[in-house]
Design a protein around this ligand. Structure first.
Ligand code: PMP
Length: 347
């Protein structure tokens, strides 16, 4: 590998690994294999590094961002980090509006890369002036800051169309049959899904066209919207970080999403723990949700199919949540009892 000109040149081209140990323990070796794309190998340790620079370039092109200008983004952390890395190399000021539910590690990380933070209450509606969305909009309106707005910026899904999709197609030698990934802004699933749909269009059976499965939380709007075209009445808070929404971003390209699977906090945190202990892959709870859904999809498929999922980020930034005390305080039982069983076995 040649020496890079800057860290931004090292974004993407992340490795993939088979989750064969989980296939054995969870699916009893049945069904299709599952391969995971490891986005923690990006320089900022998340999938969101892929969209930082493209969204900044889109702002420059549209004349919304002038030399030395300010960028503001509502973010649960990872996008802020991807933007902050690119902003500091390009000489922009970066401000992140974050919900107060994001762990302290993520807040400190954003500061380490030079971002300024506005910490906002999680427990208010998206259109409440105190929400992290509205706080970011305020800076745009009052101070002329550039708001990339990952939820409405086509550069977000397009980055995945240009990078994540082609990488998966090439790494699987065109053998991928299913793509299962979490839906936050929907950028990852939409852009990657569009590329994989196009690449596999007209492919002969049994593989056929790639099936794209979005992963949603219980309490979010996506599952119901996909099923009925309507917003559910019972949206509520959940513990999984980075996926699910209480509004509809334009970065969700529904034409590219064939199915949506809903995963509970219990199942996501349990799978996050299983990934750490059985595959030695320490990622966030959204990865737990994605892998839970991917294994479920894979179980019902022939062994010739190949399910690809994506682990969005690294577990280190959730350490204050990855412990039995925190999980039990939040009412989780499956992950704590699994972790207890595993530590007794190891003792
Ligand atoms: N997992 C984590 C940890 C994230 O931060 C995000 C982005 N919010 C996602 C998954 C979902 O990615 P996307 O926004 O591309 O749907």
């Amino acid at each position: 590998m040649a020496i890079a000109k800057s860290i931004l040149d090292l974004v993407g081209n992340t490795p993939m690994v088979y989750l064969d140990r989980l296939r054995a323990s969870v699916n009893k070796g049945k069904g299709a294999r599952v391969a995971a794309k490891l986005e923690m190998f990006n320089p900022g340790s998340s999938v969101k590094d892929r969209i930082g620079l493209p969204m900044i370039r889109a702002g420059e092109k549209a004349g919304l961002l002038k030399p030395g200008g300010t960028i503001v983004e509502p973010t649960s952390g990872n996008t802020g980090l991807g933007l902050a890395m690119a902003a500091s190399l390009l000489g922009y000021r970066m401000v992140c509006a974050v919900p107060d539910k994001i762990p302290k590690e993520k807040q400190d990380l954003l500061k380490a890369y030079g971002a300024e933070l506005i910490v906002c209450p999680t427990s208010v509606d998206a259109d409440d002036p105190r929400s992290y969305y509205k706080q970011a909009e305020r800076l745009r309106d009052e101070e002329g800051a550039y708001l990339p707005y990952q939820y409405y910026n086509a550069a977000n899904p397009t980055a995945h169309y240009k990078t994540t999709g082609p990488e998966i197609w090439e790494q699987t030698g065109g053998k991928v049959t299913h793509f299962v990934a979490g839906m936050g802004t929907g950028g990852t699933i939409s852009g990657t899904g569009k590329f994989l749909h196009e690449a596999s269009n007209g492919r002969r059976k049994p593989a056929g066209r790639v099936q794209v499965v979005g992963v949603d939380t219980v309490g979010s709007v996506y599952t119901n919207f996909h099923k009925t075209g309507k917003f559910p009445k019972d949206t509520h808070q959940y513990l999984i970080d980075g996926i699910g929404e209480d509004f509809m971003p334009t970065t969700v390209w529904w034409d590219e999403i064939d199915a949506v699977q809903q995963v509970s906090d219990e199942d996501a945190f349990l799978m996050q723990a299983k990934l750490a202990r059985e595959e030695a892959l320490f990622s966030g709870s959204s990865a737990g949700a994605a892998v839970h859904a991917a294994l479920k999809v894979a179980k019902g498929l022939p062994s010739t199919a190949l399910v690809v999922t994506l682990l969005p980020d690294i577990g280190d930034r959730y350490l204050s949540k990855f412990n039995i005390e925190w999980m039990e305080a939040k009412g989780l039982t499956k992950a704590p009892s699994y972790l207890r069983k595993m530590s007794k076995r190891g003792a």
